[in-house]
Design a protein around this ligand. Sequence first.
Ligand code: HEC
Length: 242
Amino acid sequence: MKNTVRNIVGVASAIVAGILSFMPVITGERDIAIPAHHFDHAGLMMFGAIAGLSLYRTRGGDFESPRWIWPAILGPLVAMLLMSPSFYAIVDQSPFLHSLNHLLFAVVAGLTAYAGQRYVRGVGWAAALMLELMAVAAAFGYGVAPPIAAAATATQAAPNGTQSPADSVHGKQIFAQDCASCHGAAGAGGMGPSLKNEHIRKDQEAAAAWIKKPAPPMPTLYPSVLNDKDVRDVASFIESLK
Ligand code: HEC
């Protein structure tokens, strides 16, 4: 009887996690606030973990084994990597890829919780809680860092104070290096908002001013990574996004 209840809870949670995962396909990608997006991940993981925890008991009896420590530890690590902004450019390509990424979150959470229980009963709960806290922390901006790798390319000297016209081809390169990880390869948004039709919200001057002095969580890349010309060029490029 007890196991019947657990089965029902487990299967129901797995179904909810599955439906939540495919929200990007069901609703079409739309811009939602970044914290909301990460809370969505937290929800996915919670239902995945509940499914994993429920599954454990349906077998009955204790059958702990030291080997299960591996998936219990590696699960949260994989989840952390999946949540890193470097992945957004890939995930951003289609709602379907985005959904698969979500599904992976749920599966990883389920596996982590289940494996923890198989290792020593109770560890599954602790591991699931850890994952959950990580996802909630992400909603508050944890893990967002400026793209350091791009720093080297941006330090070419600016032409001596002369205001050469903005070069949006160069701006496009800058965008791919320093902005696409958050705003999407085509500027359609990711962890950062969509920049399509940015010219309606900000003219080129306002966009450049924003890039020089953005509000968190967008990183300030000027003047450490981008020089004046870089800022002008990338501002000119995003103004052209439709
Ligand atoms: C770490 C992620 C991240 C990176 C990298 C990043 N941005 Fe952003 N960007 C954001 C976020 C998040 C916001 C929204 C901030 C807000 O509204 O408070 C934003 C907002 C903006 C806006 C304002 C959009 C509006 O509402 O008008 C512009 C313009 C912009 N970014 C351009 C860029 C450009 C150009 C680059 C590259 C040089 C860049 N961003 C790099 C995360 C990022």
